[in-house]
Design a protein around this ligand. Structure first.
Ligand SMILES: NC(=O)c1ccc[n+]([C@@H]2O[C@H](COP(=O)([O-])OP(=O)(O)OC[C@H]3O[C@@H](n4cnc5c(N)ncnc54)[C@H](O)[C@@H]3O)[C@@H](O)[C@H]2O)c1
Length: 376
C-alpha cells in the first residue's frame, strides 16, 4: 500500500507554512526515505511513550526507527515518558526541558514525539519553548493522535484547574502516521480514537458519517484500506479547517464539538484512567446534540442517530454511563475555564444536523442548568 501524503498549508502574514502528513502501512520500519530529509546531520531528541523501548523484544517498528535515526542524524538521545493524561503536567514538562538541555541542544536540534496524544502534546509544547522554538516531528501511535492531536499544531499540558490550559500553537515540520502501529493498541483506546473521527463527520461531512455507519465493523476489524481511508479523510478535514483558522479565532472552534462537556467530565475523573479523553468526548457529543435538540436547532431523529452509532461502538453516551461524581454546579463551574469563552460568556458548539455544526455564543446559564439537572 503506497503512503498517501496530505499537505497542511497555512497562509500567514509573514511566513506561509506547509508540512506533510504521511499516512500508510509499515512506514516506520522503512522510514529512511521519508525521514532523512528532516533529520540529516541534526541532533535529535526522541521523546517516546514508555510503551516503546529499545529492547530487542520491544515493538520492532520503534527499534527499527531508532536505528534509522542513529544512522542518519548527528546524535540521538531518548526521553521516555508514560502515556495517559496524568503525565501531561508541569512537572513532567520540566523534566523534559531539563533533560533536553542537558543534551546540549542547539537551535538546529530536532525533537521527535513518538507516542499518543499525550506525548505529542507535551513534546510539542517543549519544542515550542526550548531555545524559543525547535523543529519537531509527530509520530502518532494511537488512532486518536493519528487523526487529531498530531495535526494542527495545538500543543500543551493540563493545569490543576482543567485540560490543556497551558500551551502554544506550534506546527510540526512533518507527521508520520503508520497504521501498523495500531495493531498493539488496546480496544478501549482504539474506540476513543473513533470518537474524534465521528466528530469530523458530525461537524462537516454527513457522507463521511454515513461511511462510518456503514463500515464500522470492518474498521473495528482493522481493515487496512478502510483504516487508511478514515485516517486520511480525518486529516484532510482537520487540515482544511486549520488552514483557514490556525489560531482558533473562528471556524477552528468547531473541532471542539463535545469538548466543553468532555473536558469537564475528564477533569472530574482526575486523569486516573477512569475515563479517557475520547470517552469523555463521546458523552460530550451526545450532550451537545441533546442540547441542540432541546433548543430547537436539531431534530430528535438526528440526535438519536448520533447516539446510536456511539452506542454500537460500546462508547459511553450519557453521564449515567459513568461512575464519576458530577453535579450541575461543579459542571457549570468547570465551563468557566473553557478557552472558547469571551467576556465571561459561555460558548458551545452545537449542531443544526449531522454534518453542520455552529458556534453558539452567549449561552444562557439557566437553560444549561435545567438541561444538566435532567442529564445528571
Ligand atoms: N493537540 C490537539 O489538537 C489534541 C486533539 C485531541 C486530543 N488531544 C489530547 O490527546 C490526548 C489523548 O491522546 P491519546 O488518546 O493518544 O492518549 P495517550 O497518549 O495517553 O495514549 C493512550 C494510551 O495508549 C498507549 N499507547 C500509545 N501508543 C500505543 C500503541 N501503538 N500500542 C499500544 N499502546 C499504545 C499509551 O501508553 C497510553 O496508555 C489528550 O491529552 C487530549 O487532550 C490533543
Amino acid at each position: 500500500m503506497k503512503p498517501e501524503i496530505i499537505n497542511v498549508s497555512l497562509t500567514r502574514k509573514l511566513n506561509d507554512l506547509s508540512y506533510p502528513i504521511f499516512v500508510g502501512n509499515n512506514l516506520l520500519s522503512q522510514s529512511k526515505n521519508i525521514i532523512k530529509q528532516f533529520v540529516y546531520d541534526r541532533k535529535v531528541i526522541l521523546i517516546h511513550d514508555n510503551f516503546f523501548s529499545e529492547k530487542e523484544n520491544s515493538n520492532h517498528n520503534f527499534v527499527d526507527f531508532v536505528k534509522t535515526i542513529k544512522n542518519l542524524s548527528k546524535s540521538i538521545n531518548l526521553i521516555g515518558i508514560s502515556g495517559g493524561d496524568k503525565t501531561k503536567n508541569i512537572s513532567q514538562l520540566n523534566l523534559i526541558l531539563e533533560k533536553s538541555l542537558s543534551f546540549e541542544i542547539s537551535r538546529d536540534s530536532l525533537i521527535i514525539a513518538f507516542g499518543g496524544g499525550v506525548v505529542g502534546d507535551i513534546a510539542g509544547f517543549a519544542s515550542s519553548i526550548l531555545l524559543r522554538g525547535l523543529d519537531y516531528i509527530q509520530i502518532p501511535t494511537t488512532l486518536l493522535s493519528q487523526v487529531d492531536s498530531s495535526v494542527g499544531g495545538k500543543t500543551g499540558i493540563n493545569s490543576s484547574q482543567s485540560k490543556n490550559m497551558i500551551g502554544s500553537f506550534h506546527q510540526p515540520i512533518a507527521v508520520i502516521a503508520d497504521i501498523n502501529m495500531l495493531t498493539t493498541l488496546p480496544r478501549r483506546e482504539f474506540l476513543a480514537g473513533m470518537v474524534e473521527i465521528i466528530k469530523y463527520g458530525l461537524i462537516k461531512d454527513v457522507s463521511f458519517f454515513e461511511y462510518l455507519e456503514k463500515n464500522h465493523e470492518e474498521i473495528l476489524n482493522l481493515d487496512q484500506l478502510k483504516l487508511k481511508n478514515i485516517i486520511c479523510m480525518s486529516c484532510k478535514i482537520k487540515s482544511l479547517i486549520v488552514k483557514k483558522d490556525e489560531k482558533e479565532n473562528g471556524e477552528r472552534a468547531l473541532l471542539n464539538l463535545g469538548h466543553t462537556f468532555g473536558h469537564a467530565i475528564e477533569s472530574f475523573g482526575k486523569y486516573d484512567g477512569t475515563i479517557i479523553h475520547g470517552e469523555a468526548v463521546s458523552i460530550g457529543i451526545c450532550l451537545a446534540f441533546k442540547l441542540s435538540n432541546k433548543l430547537g436547532f436539531c431534530s430528535q431523529i438526528e440526535t438519536t442517530r448520533v447516539i446510536n452509532l456511539l452506542k454500537i461502538l460500546k462508547l459511553p453516551t450519557s453521564l449515567k454511563d459513568i461512575s464519576i461524581s458530577i453535579t450541575t454546579s461543579k459542571m457549570l463551574d468547570k465551563f468557566k475555564y473553557d478557552k472558547k469563552n469571551k467576556n465571561n460568556q459561555l460558548t458551545f458548539i452545537l449542531n443544526e444536523r449531522i454534518g453542520k455544526s455552529f458556534i453558539k455564543n452567549n449561552m444562557d446559564i439557566s437553560v444549561l442548568k435545567k438541561f444538566l439537572d435532567e442529564e445528571i
